[in-house]
Ligand binder design. Structure first.
Ligand SMILES: [Fe+2]
Length: 295
C-alpha cells in the first residue's frame, strides 16, 4: 500500500494521499480539552473541579472557558462537513456526571459519526487511586459514547477503517492487542486513534524536554522516580508487541493520531505511516485530516 503524507508539518491540517481511495474524506481530530466541572452528584470532586477549571482557563486563548473551545471545535467539524469526528481523550479532566453531560451535549451537536476514546484524566478523580480498577469502575460512564466498548472500537467509513483504542494507562492488554490485530487484518487503509502517543525516535526528545520523562507508550528511558510518579510500571508484553505491530508490521496503517503531551508533533512510524500529535483543544487546537485518492 502506498500513501503520501502531502502535508505533515502543519499544526491544524494534515493531507494524506492514499492509494486506491475512491473518494476524498475529511475528518476532524479533537483531543485534550480538559473540561473540569462537577456538581452534587460527585461531591468529592467539587473542590478539584473548581480548581482545575480555573487553572486551565489561565492556559486558554483569552482565558475563555475550556468548554467554549470544545464547542467551537465541534462546530468546526460541522462547518467543514467532516465525514467523522475523532476524540482522543482528556476531553474532560474528571469523570464527573456533569462533565459527562458536557461531552454528551457536545457530541449531540455533531452532524458526523464519531469515535470517543479515553485519556488518563477521563476516568480518574484525584481523590481515587490511579490504577486499572479505577479505570474499569468508570468505564460504564462512557458506555453510551463508545458503543459499550470503551477499551476498543472500530468504524468503517467509505474505503477506510478508523480504529480507536484506550491506551491511557500506557499499555495495551492482550485483548486490546488481539482486537487491533484483527482490525488491521484488512485490505482497507487504517487510521489509529489513541490518547498516548507511541514511542518514535523523533518524538522522545521533545516530550522529555517538556515533561522531564518520556511519557509515551513503550518508551525506554524512564527514571525510577518517573515510573512511580506516572504509575507507568513495567511494559506489558502486549504493549511491546503492539509497538512492534505498529512500527514494523502494519503495512496498511496510514497514520496514528493522538494527544496527551499537549503539543503538536509529526514523525514517521514506518515508511508511509506518520504519527500526528495534535495541539490540545484547551489551547484552541484541533486537526483537520484530509484524505485524498492518489493521482
Ligand atoms: Fe493525558
Amino acid at each position: 500500500m502506498h500513501n503520501k503524507h502531502l502535508q505533515f508539518e502543519n499544526d491544524s491540517e494534515t493531507i494524506i494521499a492514499i492509494d486506491g481511495l475512491a473518494q476524498e474524506l475529511t475528518l476532524l481530530h479533537i483531543t485534550d480539552s480538559h473540561m473540569a466541572t462537577a456538581d452534587d452528584r460527585d461531591p468529592d470532586a467539587l473542590e478539584d473541579a473548581a480548581r482545575f477549571k480555573k487553572l486551565f482557563e489561565t492556559r486558554t486563548p483569552n482565558n475563555v472557558p475550556t468548554r467554549q473551545l470544545f464547542q467551537e471545535a465541534l462546530a468546526h467539524s460541522n462547518t467543514i462537513g467532516a465525514d467523522a469526528t475523532l476524540l482522543t481523550g482528556d476531553i474532560i479532566h474528571f469523570p464527573s456526571h456533569a462533565a459527562l453531560e458536557w461531552i454528551e451535549q457536545g457530541v449531540q451537536s455533531l452532524q458526523s459519526p464519531y469515535l470517543y476514546t479515553l485519556g488518563n484524566h477521563d476516568w480518574h478523580f484525584p481523590h481515587l487511586e490511579w490504577n486499572d480498577d479505577t479505570r474499569l469502575a468508570h468505564y460504564p460512564r462512557f458506555n453510551h459514547l463508545t458503543n459499550n466498548t470503551p477499551a476498543a472500537q472500530a468504524l468503517d467509513l467509505a474505503d477506510i477503517r478508523l480504529i480507536a483504542i484506550d491506551n491511557s494507562n500506557y499499555h495495551l492488554t492482550p485483548e486490546q492487542l488481539a482486537f487491533l490485530r484483527q482490525q488491521l487484518a484488512t485490505d482497507r487503509p487504517c487510521l489509529l486513534f489513541i490518547h498516548i502517543p507511541i514511542a518514535i525516535p523523533s518524538l522522545i526528545p521533545a516530550v522529555v524536554e517538556v515533561w522531564k520523562e518520556p511519557i509515551v507508550m513503550a518508551a525506554d528511558g524512564w527514571s525510577e522516580e518517573g515510573k512511580k510518579k506516572w504509575r507507568v510500571g513495567e511494559h506489558y508484553e502486549s504493549t511491546l508487541a503492539c509497538h512492534k505491530l505498529l512500527t514494523e508490521e502494519a503495512q496498511n496503517l496510514v497514520a496514528i493520531f493522538c494527544g496527551h503531551v499537549h503539543f503538536s508533533h509529526s514523525g514517521e512510524v514506518h515508511p508511509g505511516c506518520m504519527q500526528y500529535v495534535t495541539k490540545p483543544c484547551f489551547e484552541g487546537g484541533y486537526r483537520e485530516i484530509r484524505l485524498k485518492p492518489m493521482v
